[in-house]
Design a protein around this ligand. Structure first.
Ligand code: DC
Length: 232
């Protein structure tokens, strides 16, 4: 199905390990829309903090470093561009060190304000865009065309993450599930922009849906929101 009639913003929020990124990219491609991975921006900010040698728990120092960093992300659905001060960090932002420290960096209000401003500017430049994150429907784009909150049972999320990382033992999978719960807890309980569904978000549970099923559902929601279904 070609779905190029879509104009507007689709927000895709939810915890980690739901397959959000691959679903968001695929939905953007199907809709002929741009794609913005806001998690990549918080991860890039974390690279700047680690390289500056400051403690990620020191909110003041973190805010100062991130204010001075040039964080750039691309918005094409088929390529990933993430740079900090002109250096390509697309691979590094997925590493364990960044993953361990990104929750602390993303909890700093000044960092959030800076990156949210940048996110809104990137969204304003696109006719159609799928934006992925934690607070997109609640804070960044409260007037978005369609809001989706993607969730899945922690065990299903741990299984998927394990498959990506090539881990197979029950202990390893239990460790991943514990790690996901810890990050969710941190992201959901922080004071600034906690992870939660917007009141007008459609909650999609992907525990028993494959990726294509989730993408179909999002594309359908986007098209029906703009009345483009008949044209698709
Ligand atoms: O989606 P991700 O795993 O790449 O996100 C990395 C971290 O950034 C995650 O701990 C939550 C945080 N984040 C956020 O606070 N707000 C967003 N809009 C996106 C991500």
């Amino acid at each position: 199905m070609s779905a190029r009639g879509f104009r507007g913003q689709v927000t895709l929020d939810g915890p980690s390990g739901t397959g959000k990124s691959s679903v968001a990219r695929a939905a953007a491609t199907r809709l002929g829309a741009a794609y913005l991975d806001t998690g990549a921006m918080y991860r890039a900010a974390t690279v700047a903090v680690l390289d500056a040698g400051v403690d990620p728990e020191d909110a003041e120092a973190v805010a100062r470093v991130v204010a001075g960093a040039r964080i750039e992300v691309g918005t094409a659905a088929d390529t990933e561009r993430v740079e900090v001060d002109g250096t390509d960090v697309a691979v590094r932002i997925r590493g364990a060190e960044v993953t361990r420290n990104v929750s602390a960096v993303s909890a700093v209000p000044a960092v959030r304000r800076q990156l949210v401003d940048q996110q809104r500017a990137l969204v304003a430049a696109a006719d159609a865009v799928v934006v992925e994150g934690r607070d997109i429907g609640t804070v960044v784009l409260p007037d978005a065309t369609v809001k989706v909150y993607l969730t899945a049972a922690p065990e299903a999320r741990a299984q998927r993450r394990a498959a990506q990382l090539g881990l197979t033992t029950p202990d390893e999978i239990a460790g991943l599930a514990a790690d996901l719960r810890r990050r969710d807890e941190y992201d959901s309980s922080r004071a600034d922009s906690p992870l939660r569904p917007a009141a007008d978000a459609v909650v999609v549970d992907s525990t028993d849906l494959d990726r294509e099923g989730v993408v179909d559902r999002i594309v359908e929601l986007a098209l029906s929101a703009v009345g483009a279904g008949e044209r698709a």
